[in-house]
Design a binder for this molecule. Structure first.
Ligand code: FES
Length: 509
């Protein structure tokens, strides 16, 4: 493994975007914190920073409040594919939303892509932004049939796509299609420069600031943090999960995806982007960092808190070694994303809170939908018409699309809420737990989430998630406590690092 000293992500594993030597610049600015802002944006990933910049460019006064440092969450763990086709295929969107809506999604994807290119060009951002082709390939009869539907529906939506006899990865396939005009970039280089441009325009970023309460008093939102209260007319949750128990706790399911960054013995790094059609699918691309090329491969996704992260990494490594001449696994990391029950993200005004906005359910297309969210939300705040606002509206009612997934998802949550309470192992002594391991145990009549450090130091927490009471599970790779119900995640001290919980896990002495 390469020297990895920076740990500025929401877990112990490190993504290549945070290589040692490429320090994330702190953008906290202390001045101006006492003024009233036009917009408070919670979350310093691509969604929050793009929204902040677009608003600040139009003369609004904004503050970005980030729990840790910018890019700490999903933006720091993305594999950074830029696509105009999405995890919800155009065939699915056509059947669930309609042909015109499918065209609108395609147009929205192209506009988001154009926005990333424009910002990178206007701000002269050196983020390795590159235009690539994207290959989608089928490996059995069922997938061949599905792929031909995707090809036809993508063309009808107005996407540039054709059949191809060759793909950019050495993996057997039966049929394949090629989407032109796709892309990739370095996500942290990109958002860091967005942050600098935002600050240059007078914007404020408050890092290491956890918002533990939001209240609307009169016309103003009050966002309370441990040290101060920020006030603003509008509020944007650029946090994926919307804090608290609300409709989005039931309409979006949290998943983790696993990624490896490997070097190859033969230098046959794919020049473009590739995707298989397995369930869950694998994704491939290459990136050169500090003169070293890496093959970046992801997949083995599972619901947060419900799979085996160690097994997922092992399966991914075994899988790529079948097809690539792997020299070294230089990076391995995982990242969280949210699947919306009806297939499309929820972006725009909150159905429950006046003058507040949400952006969630991006599936595996966070860089694109994060950028699109910024465009839709900033247009609404600036009273500009946006062609995509109605389609992605969080208040949309699609009684049939995704209904099955909605029921299945919430049955899964209910099952975990009840069953996880009964499967705790009773132990006589805490020393029975191996070092550098976490486990939910029953000890002297109490249920405990116990982490034992590399030298045997024990941290005992309540395993009851402070969001809605499910029992957390230990993630041995990222060294976090992950909740299987709505994706709340806590560090080994019990502090909230992502998801909807607002309070840390209770600590036992
Ligand atoms: Fe909802 Fe844990 S995140 S109960």
């Amino acid at each position: 493994m390469v020297n990895q000293e920076k740990k500025l992500r929401d877990g112990a594993c490190i993504s290549p975007w945070q290589l040692a030597g490429k320090d994330l610049v702190s953008h906290s600015t202390d001045q101006k914190k006492h003024e009233t802002f036009d917009t408070i944006i919670i979350g310093g990933g691509i969604t929050g920073l793009t929204t902040a910049l677009l608003l600040q460019q139009c003369g609004k006064k904004c503050i970005v409040v980030e729990t840790k440092t910018i890019g700490f969450g999903t933006t720091g763990g993305t594999s950074a594919h830029l696509n105009t086709f999405f995890d919800a295929t155009y065939a699915d969107i056509e059947s669930d939303f309609g042909k015109e809506e499918s065209k609108l999604v395609a147009k929205a994807g192209k506009e988001a892509m154009a926005m990333i290119k424009k910002l990178a060009t206007d701000l002269a951002i050196d983020c390795d932004l590159a235009v690539k082709d994207g290959y989608l390939f089928a490996q059995d009869e069922k997938q061949v049939e599905e792929l031909s539907k995707i090809l036809a529906a993508s063309k009808r939506a107005g996407i540039e796509v054709t059949e191809t006899a060759e793909i950019c990865v050495p993996i057997p396939f039966q049929s394949a299609i090629i989407f032109t005009g796709q892309g990739q970039f370095h996500p942290i280089e990109y958002i860091q420069k967005l942050a600098v441009a935002f600050i240059d325009l007078g914007g404020v970023i408050s890092e290491n600031t956890f918002v533990n309460e939001v209240e609307k008093k009169g016309d103003l939102y009050h966002a309370t943090t441990p040290n101060q209260v920020f006030t603003g007319s509008k509020l944007v949750y650029a946090t994926h999960a919307v804090p608290g128990v609300n409709a989005f706790s039931f309409k979006c399911a949290p998943y983790r995806s696993y990624v490896l960054g490997v070097t190859l013995k033969d230098d046959h790094y794919p020049e473009d982007l590739a995707y298989d059609m397995m369930e869950p699918y694998h994704y491939f691309r290459s990136h050169e960092i500090d003169g070293q090329s890496y093959l970046i491969v992801g997949g083995e996704d599972h619901k947060t808190g419900q799979g085996d992260p160690t097994q997922a990494f092992e399966s991914l490594e075994t899988y790529i070694k079948q097809y690539f001449n792997v020299k070294e696994v230089a990076f391995k990391w995982s990242s969280q994303y949210y699947i919306p029950t009806d297939g499309l993200p929820y972006i725009g005004p909150s159905p429950a809170l006046a003058d507040a906005y949400v952006a969630t359910g991006f599936n595996g297309n966070g860089m694109m939908f994060g950028t699109l969210s910024a465009m839709i939300i900033s247009d609404d705040i600036l009273n500009k018409k946006n062609d995509y606002a109605a389609l992605f509206s969080p208040s949309r009612i699609k009684p049939l699309a995704g209904l099955g997934e909605f029921i299945q998802e919430n049955a899964n949550v209910a099952w975990h809420f009840i069953s996880d309470r009964f499967k705790t192992e009773e132990i006589a002594k805490l020393k029975d737990i191996p070092n550098d391991t976490g486990q939910v145990v029953e000890f002297e009549g109490e249920k405990l989430a116990v982490y034992k450090g590399p030298r045997g130091k024990v941290t005992a927490l309540s395993p009851v998630c402070t969001h809605a009471g499910c029992i957390v599970n230990f993630n041995p790779e990222e060294k976090t406590w992950d909740c299987p119900c709505h994706g709340g995640r806590y560090d080994i001290e019990g502090n909230v690092i992502s998801g909807p919980p607002l309070r840390k896990l209770a600590r036992y002495k």
